[in-house]
Design a protein around this ligand. Structure first.
Ligand code: NAD
Length: 246
């Protein structure tokens, strides 16, 4: 049976992608960070067992820390074996603070969680994939990685970095049978979007050519496509309603 690991998988886009991975027949290792998310992860794992007959494993870890990322990968290999077929780097945070008020600690944290964690997880999982000569990595970027967004300079930098990481690794590992792609979601209804200024969200909605906010399923569908798209690597797919046309 195939194995997938997803970071920050308990809720939002992560939850949608866990359900899609289960539907695709993967056993899923669901990383979560807070106690609050433990209950969500446990419920999700119960659900994928009942609905799709696959197994899950919840692993608590702050993915900004390399040793905690190693714990996720070690536990995945212990439970499901040495073959890790899919890695989805999804954990992310945002500050929404002016660069005049943000502190170095706050913007450093965004880079650690949104970019360095992706590097840590790729660094730990790629040896397994290289050994198996196959694998697919999906890095969740953002339209913020493709365009400028006010009061999100740190977030935009982290998400543009994810696209650079994706391209570099795709070139290095293309001949090893490993494909690395990114998804740059536009505005999607999750807690992250509910947490930002709703007047700004409404304003932005008007500027989306399709005139609507996306759903979690739009991103889960893009992930499923990229996992199966055997001639796609180093690409950034952006389900965004037309707000950016890179
Ligand atoms: P969310 O806040 O619901 O989910 C983020 C997840 O990351 C949560 O489960 C959270 O616990 C986890 N996380 C945060 N810090 C972590 C850490 N240190 N270690 C482990 N897990 C951690 O938001 P979401 O919208 O589901 O976001 C998922 C991803 O999609 C993020 O990378 C986000 O930047 C990206 N994204 C979201 C949107 C959107 O409109 N919702 C748009 C573009 C990109």
């Amino acid at each position: 049976m195939k194995t997938a690991i997803i970071t920050g998988g308990a809720r939002g886009l992560g939850e949608g992608m866990v359900l899609k991975l289960a539907e695709m027949g993967y056993n899923v290792v669901v990383n979560y960070v807070s106690d609050n998310s433990k209950e969500l992860s446990d419920r999700l794992i119960e659900r994928i067992k009942v609905e799709y007959g696959v197994n899950g494993l919840a692993v608590q870890a702050d993915v900004s820390d390399y040793s905690q990322c190693k714990k996720i990968v070690d536990k995945a290999a212990e439970k499901f074996g040495q073959q890790i077929d899919v890695l989805v780097n999804n954990a992310g945070i945002t500050n929404n603070l002016s660069f005049l008020t943000i502190t170095p600690e706050q913007y450093s944290r965004v880079i650690q969680v949104n970019l360095l964690s992706y590097m840590h997880m790729c660094h730990l999982v790629l040896p397994f994939m290289a050994e198996a000569k196959q694998g697919s990595i999906i890095n969740i970027s953002s339209i913020g990685g493709l365009m400028g967004v006010s009061e999100q300079g740190d977030y935009c930098a982290s998400k543009a970095g994810v696209i650079g990481l994706t391209r570099g690794l795709a070139v290095e590992f293309g001949k090893s049978g490993i494909r690395i792609n990114a998804i740059a979601p536009g505005m999607i209804w999750t807690d992250m979007l509910r947490g930002v200024d709703q007047i700004a969200v409404e304003h932005l909605k008007q500027s989306i050519p399709q005139g609507k906010i996306g759903d979690v399923e739009d991103i889960a569908g893009a992930m499923a496509y990229l996992i199966d798209a055997s001639y796609m690597t180093g690409q950034t797919v952006s389900p965004n309603g037309g707000i950016v046309m890179p």
